[in-house]
Design a protein around this ligand. Structure first.
Ligand code: ATR
Length: 281
């Protein structure tokens, strides 16, 4: 990899950050496109968030990704926050402008939709309601993307119903909040099921749901990517449904940041997937 004294700098700011796949992902693209640049992990404790973010222009960074637990807290320190990031209430990408201003945006919604389009190319937003499980930050990005795509109805279910109610209130139109216990029966006529909860992740319980009432044209998308094939996706596959795993969203959400910092719009393809999964060196 080329790394000169004038290399373009970016990274990922989080706490902890050691689990992040982003350095590997951006490192692949930097190498692949022969870019004079570096993307580094930045472990920043919450108490140091302000000084770390405000130092980015002084250190010559082109920008950073922001991950847990800073996605909401970082907003206060930015000069401009994009409309979609304001709606989601979280920033995952910061770009340092030529004028050293800090612009925050959220690429999770576009990452979710690009991944869905790439892996379920036959799905159309007007096919029917979408069922979204969960009401955390990931759910907010998914709901924003689905509303922007024109999905006629979103059925939102969360273990803590109040969080779903709050999410629905802030997004307004087209969201129907249902009880968590109704997650199997509410699937009738749904064209898309998205799991944004942590259920099914390694060391977490599986998502207990019956998929019998989903139509055969429905798509099941699990945002969990460890394991890549979750029990939910396995179950959906056995029902002959189209499945979309969570790794693709992670890869696609990285595209706009890389383009803004390094000047090349990178491709998400199988070679990248295999590399990020660690199956190729
Ligand atoms: P993210 O930012 O990735 O969305 P999060 O904000 O921590 O993460 O949200 C985690 C989601 O998983 C929440 O919707 C959570 O439900 P609660 O709001 O009731 O906590 C959901 N979740 C986690 N463990 C769960 C469990 N055992 N059963 C059902 N839902 C669970």
């Amino acid at each position: 990899m080329t790394l000169s004294g004038s290399a373009a700098l970016a990274g990922v700011m989080g706490c902890p950050v050691s689990h992040s796949l982003s350095p590997r992902l951006h490192g692949f693209w930097l190498q692949h496109y022969g870019i004079d640049g570096a993307y580094v992990p930045l472990a920043v404790a919450p108490v140091n968030l302000a000084s770390a973010v405000l130092s980015l222009p002084k250190l010559g960074f082109r920008g950073v990704n922001v991950t847990v637990p800073h996605k909401e807290g970082v907003i206060t320190f930015l000069d401009t926050v994009s409309e979609v990031a304001q709606r989601i209430g979280a920033v995952n990408t910061i770009v340092v402008g030529e004028d050293r201003q800090l612009l925050g945006t959220n690429t999770d919604a576009v990452g979710f939709m690009e991944n869905l389009k790439q892996n379920a190319p036959n799905w159309r937003s007007n096919f029917g309601p979408a069922v979204v499980l969960g009401a955390g930050g990931a759910a907010r990005a998914v709901v924003a993307a689905l509303l922007d795509a024109g999905v006629p109805e979103i059925r939102l279910l969360n273990r803590t119903r109040e969080k779903a109610e709050n999410l629905a209130k802030s997004f307004g139109r087209s969201i129907v909040v249902l009880d968590w216990d109704h997650r199997s029966i509410c699937l009738s006529e749904a064209a898309l099921l998205v799991n944004t909860t942590t259920l099914g992740m390694v060391n977490q319980p599986s998502l207990d749901i019956e998929l019998d009432t989903l139509p055969d044209y429905a798509v099941v998308n699990d945002l969990v990517y460890a394991p890549l094939v979750t029990p939910l996706l396995d179950h959906a596959g056995l029902h002959g449904l189209t499945t979309v795993d969570g790794l693709g969203m992670l890869l696609h959400q990285a595209v706009p940041g890389f383009e803004a910092w390094f000047g090349v719009r990178p491709q998400v393809n199988d070679e990248l997937r295999q590399f990020v999964l660690g199956t190729t060196a």
